[in-house]
Design a protein around this ligand. Structure first.
Ligand code: UDP
Ligand code: MG
Length: 329
């Protein structure tokens, strides 16, 4: 992925700000959101200046084709280092954009928010206050939501399921508006469509996750970038995620178990026919016999897949599998 840092005149009072002095980094993934950008930047700037925080906004242009990046260049000219921008060479998706933005964030607090003005920057101080209370991740909850019913209703059901499956009770996993302690955000592996489950990933890594109600506005400009396919993709991702979370390091525990169940089921049925044969001298090939043989063959295949999985896992042992909360040296 190609990234290009902008450079331009730094002409406002905070622009000389060096990265190490940034309190809050705001990461904004965007895809064709040209009209919203200046309003969003002004809203963020007004809120954060009024509470005396130093900040940087990192806009990540996810391959926009509507001239969003020209707008970002102009914002960079006006706001200097407070308005930074990364530009992807093409549209990689929201997860990739969040990942890149978080990588570049220098603040000890990282906020992510959508670019379309649906998230309201005035909620930032309350989220920051929650982090200061000791939480690692504060997830926004769009309690009163200004989206079509076709979107809000499936989303409710989806959130209930996700809460049950991942063991973390939240109302709104997929809300783009979230606040993180920097180390929590940077430890997340965000790719594919994982932006829908970030609180679950953080929770699984042992970070303390809570939620706070955030105001939500209807979209003013442009249109939503996610269609009806999101529900199906979301469900599939959740299954994959649960599977990977539980069995990534020990694939044999899953494939081996299924394999053994199939083999024993097959053996049980064949054993029954074997006993009948011994007792009655009658050997009949029945559909159930064929099924039992099939079941045993499938069982062996499952075990083989598990072994291949183990070999792949062991050849990749270099990958980090823990996250450290604190170090005393
Ligand atoms: N977005 C992105 N890349 C994409 C799709 C969306 O960076 O491929 C951004 C989009 O510009 C917006 C945010 O992700 O800032 C949320 O998208 P959208 O508002 O379309 O989602 P919705 O509010 O409909 O869930
Ligand atoms: Mg939106």
């Amino acid at each position: 992925m190609s990234q290009k840092k902008t450079s331009g005149p730094e002409n406002n009072e905070n622009s000389a700000m060096d990265n190490s002095s940034v309190d809050i980094s705001i990461v904004v993934p965007l895809y064709n959101e040209k009209e919203s950008l200046p309003h969003l930047m002004k809203g963020i700037s007004d809120t954060l200046l009024s509470c005396g925080k130093t900040f940087e906004v990192i806009f990540v242009d996810d391959g926009s084709t509507d001239g969003s990046f020209d707008e970002l260049q102009s914002l960079h000219k006006t706001y200097g280092a407070q308005a930074k921008a990364l530009r992807f060479s093409r549209n990689y998706g929201k997860s990739a954009a969040l990942n890149a933005g978080i990588d570049h964030a220098a603040g000890s607090i990282i906020i992510t928010m959508d670019a379309d003005l649906q998230d309201d920057p005035t909620a930032i101080p309350e989220m920051v206050a929650k982090l200061e209370e000791g939480w690692d991740v504060v997830s926004g909850w769009k309690k009163v939501r200004h989206d079509p019913i076709g979107k809000t209703l499936p989303s409710k059901v989806w959130n209930i399921f996700t809460s049950m499956l991942c063991g973390l009770k939240l109302h709104d996993f997929n809300c783009g508006f979230k606040a993180y302690r920097s180390d929590a955000a940077k430890s997340l592996d965000i790719y594919g469509d994982r932006h829908r489950y970030l609180p679950a990933l953080a929770h699984w890594d042992g970070f303390k996750v809570t939620e706070t109600v955030v105001p939500h506005h209807p979209r003013k400009f442009g249109k939503s970038k996610f269609g009806a396919g999101r529900m199906f993709n979301g469900a599939m991702d959740m299954i994959t995620l649960l599977f990977l979370k539980r069995y990534l390091k020990s694939p044999m525990h899953f494939f081996g178990l299924v394999g053994l169940i199939l083999i024993f089921a097959g053996m049980g049925v064949l054993g029954y026919f074997g006993v009948m044969w011994a007792l009655t001298g009658l050997m009949r090939i029945r559909p159930l016999t064929v099924l039992a043989l099939g079941s045993m063959i499938m069982g062996i295949q499952f075990i083989s897949i598990g072994l291949i999985g183990e070999m792949i896992t062991h050849s990749q042992q270099t990958k980090r599998e823990f996250s450290i909360r604190e170090i005393l040296e």
